[in-house]
Design a protein around this ligand. Structure first.
Ligand SMILES: [Zn+2]
Length: 442
C-alpha cells in the first residue's frame, strides 16, 4: 500500500549514489541540448563560450558551461516574445502558468511554465510532503494569499496528488484562518516561519492555545527559520507540531526538503535537480562536507524557461553523514545558511543575519521580533540590534542584556548597540520579514 511506504518514490530515493550521478548527467545533457536548440538566449551564451551539447560528457565538462544570473533573466524580458523574452523554449501558446519572483531588489523575473512543467512542480513537492510524513489521512490548511508568487501553489497541488485533503486559506485574515483550522481540525499547514509565529500570537490573543489545535506538521519555506534550531523550537513548542524546512525558488523549483528524521540537514531533490557548490572566493567546486560556498543549480526537467547552471547566491554546505531515513539524496547541512548578497562584512567580519536570529530566538525573555541595522559612525561600521522584552520580564532586563551580549559575541564575533523595546512595538511582518537593514551604501 502506498500510504505505508516511507518514500514517495522508493526506487529513486534509495538509488545508489553512482546511479543518481549517472542519471543526473544524462538528464543534464538532455536539458542542455534542449536549451541550446530552443532558446536564443542560451544558444548565444554557449556559442560565445565555445561549448556545444556534444562536448558535455562528464561533470568536469559541464563546469565549463557559463552560469546564469538573475540580472541576465531580467534583461531577457525586454526581448520578444512578450512578456518572457528569448529564453522561452516553447511556443507562447503552450505556456499555462505565469509566476514572478518576489525579490526585494530590482525588477521581478517572470517565469512561464507549461502544463508538463506544472505537473513536474507538483511531483517535486510530492517528494517533500511524503518525506515530511504527509499521508492521505491529512487535512492540510494553506494560510497563504494565493497570487502571482509561486510560494505554496505547487504544495497545494501536491497535497491533492498524494491523496490528502487541501483547505485553501487564501483571502481569509489570520483570525479567520485560525478559526477554520479549529473548525475543520486541520492536521498540517504550510507557511513562512514569520507567519507561523505570528499566527501563534494571534491565536493566543483570541484565547486559543495553538498547541490545542490539531496541527501536528508544519512545512516552512521562504525564510531560513525552520533550519535555525532556536526558531524551529519556538515554532514547535507553540504549536506542539513538527516543523520541517523546505527551500525552493520561482526560477528554480522545489529543490530541497527536510525529512521526518530531522537530522539537521535538507535533502537535495536529486532526481530533479543538480546542485553544485562553488567557493565564492576561489571559484573551486566543493565536494567535501563542512566548507561553505554558493549554490549553482540546474533544474533537470523544466522546459518552458530552463534553469541551467543558475547562480542562486544561496550559501550552503554538504553534510558529512548520510541521513538515517535511508534516502540517498545528499543532505545540505543546516539548510540555506544565507544569501551571498546578505552575508556582509561588518568591521571586517562576515556577518550572517541567521546567526543573530539564532541568538535572539534562543534567549528566554525575548520576543520573536528583532531588527538589525548596520550603518556607519564616521568611518566605523556600527550594528544596532533592537529586541523586545516579553511582558512581565522587564525587571530582568539587565540580566537578559548581559546574556544577549555574551551570546552575540560568541556566535558572531561582533559587538552591538542593544536597544530594548516594549513587547509588540517592533514592526510585524505578514509573510516574509525584512529584519536586516544595511544603510552603509555600496
Ligand atoms: Zn532524511
Amino acid at each position: 500500500m502506498l500510504k505505508e511506504q516511507p518514500y514517495w518514490n522508493p526506487v529513486l530515493e534509495t538509488l545508489a549514489k553512482e546511479n543518481i550521478r549517472d542519471l543526473q548527467l544524462r538528464k543534464f545533457r538532455k536539458i542542455f541540448e534542449w536549451g541550446y536548440e530552443k532558446s536564443k538566449f542560451h544558444r548565444a551564451l554557449y556559442k560565445e563560450a565555445g561549448i556545444k551539447p556534444e562536448d558535455i560528457r562528464s561533470f568536469e565538462d559541464l563546469r565549463r558551461i557559463p552560469t546564469v544570473e538573475k540580472s541576465m533573466m531580467r534583461d531577457i524580458q525586454r526581448k520578444d516574445p512578450f512578456p518572457y523574452g528569448d529564453a522561452l523554449c516553447v511556443p507562447l501558446d503552450e505556456v499555462v502558468e505565469f509566476r514572478q519572483t518576489s525579490g526585494t531588489t530590482g525588477q521581478p523575473v517572470y517565469q512561464p511554465d507549461t502544463w508538463q512543467d506544472w505537473e513536474w512542480w507538483s511531483e517535486c513537492w510530492s517528494y517533500i510532503l511524503w518525506a515530511q510524513g504527509y499521508r492521505p489521512s491529512d487535512r492540510v490548511f494553506i494560510p497563504f494569499g494565493y497570487n502571482v508568487f509561486v510560494a505554496f501553489w505547487a504544495g497545494h497541488y501536491a497535497v491533492e496528488k498524494i491523496g490528502a485533503e487541501i483547505v485553501p486559506g487564501g483571502v481569509l485574515d489570520t483570525q479567520a484562518r485560525i478559526l477554520k483550522i479549529q473548525e475543520l481540525q486541520c492536521t498540517a499547514m504550510m507557511a513562512t516561519p514569520t507567519y507561523v509565529l505570528g499566527m501563534a500570537d494571534t491565536a493566543r490573543k483570541m484565547g486559543i492555545d495553538p498547541s490545542s489545535l490539531a496541527v501536528r506538521k508544519i512545512t516552512c519555506a521562504g525564510e531560513p527559520g525552520a533550519s535555525i534550531p532556536t526558531t524551529k523550537k519556538r515554532m514547535e513548542d507553540a504549536w506542539a507540531a513538527k516543523v520541517y524546512d523546505h527551500a525552493g525558488a520561482t526560477e528554480i523549483g522545489a529543490w530541497c526538503f527536510e525529512c521526518t528524521a530531522q537530522s539537521g540537514g535538507l535533502h537535495v531533490n536529486e532526481g530533479f535537480f543538480l546542485v553544485e557548490i562553488q567557493d565564492v572566493e576561489t571559484g573551486e567546486y566543493i565536494e567535501e562536507p563542512g566548507r561553505r560556498g554558493k549554490m549553482i543549480i540546474t533544474a533537470l526537467d523544466r522546459q518552458a524557461q530552463p534553469c541551467i547552471r543558475f547562480d542562486s547566491k544561496d550559501i550552503i554546505e554538504w553534510a558529512g553523514e548520510p541521513c538515517p531515513c535511508g534516502r540517498t539524496f545528499r543532505l545540505i547541512k543546516g539548510g540555506v545558511i544565507g544569501r551571498a548578497d546578505d552575508i556582509t562584512k561588518v568591521k571586517g567580519v562576515l556577518l550572517s543575519p541567521s546567526a543573530i536570529e539564532e541568538v535572539v530566538r534562543g534567549l528566554d525573555g525575548l520576543g520573536n521580533e528583532f531588527e538589525v541595522i548596520v550603518d556607519k559612525d564616521g568611518d566605523i561600521d556600527r550594528i544596532t540590534l533592537k529586541v523586545e522584552i516579553i511582558k512581565g520580564r522587564e525587571g530582568e532586563s539587565k540580566q537578559i542584556e548581559a546574556r544577549l551580549k555574551d551570546q552575540l559575541r560568541l556566535k558572531t564575533n561582533l559587538g552591538y548597540i542593544l536597544e530594548f523595546h516594549d513587547h509588540g512595538t517592533l514592526p510585524r511582518y505578514d509573510v516574509k520579514a525584512r529584519r536586516f537593514k544595511d544603510l552603509r551604501g555600496k
